[in-house]
Design a binder for this molecule. Sequence first.
Ligand SMILES: [Zn+2]
Length: 192
Amino acid sequence: MSVYLYLFHGRDSIDQDMDGWGCEGPTIGPLSYVHTTYGGEVKLRGARDVMERFFPNTEIHFHDGFGEHAIQLAADCLPHDGKFYGDWSVCTAAALRPRGFQRVKPVCDACGSDNVTRDAVAVWDQDTQAWTLLSTYDCTTCQECERESDDLIDWKSLDGTVASDPAHIAPTADLPIVAPHAACPGDMPCRA
Ligand SMILES: [Zn+2]
């Protein structure tokens, strides 16, 4: 099972006064783990394509397709891509689905079968002691009519109606969020 690191409650500088929830950050993942040490750094481990996408200008050493990156917290915020986030959640993909999320499936655009497969690469993960999916290719095979192409998929909802390609739908977090400033005692100046 993979996890995602969802960043929110963002601001442009550590000492910026906040009167709202600021900006929402990226949802980083899928990741093998998120590890926090002494409230000082948050270490992430993920596949190369994920780590390079979210940390493009960072020197990360990859071993067997996976790399680790430790983010040093700045005061009590998590910095990422020029912003500082006061809140972050570690959650599963299921927790990222918005309410009413429509589950979909790929089907063959000729025969309509959902028995379609994709070529992929798996690597042995020494930490979890299991083969882990590293990447999938566009090359898709319909096991029913035995066609093979980079472009033979239609997306349908589970009850068979036409649906959107899930890759084109940005994940939206559906996490419990407390009201802004709920944690601030009295009229203490609140920068959080
Ligand atoms: Zn087919």
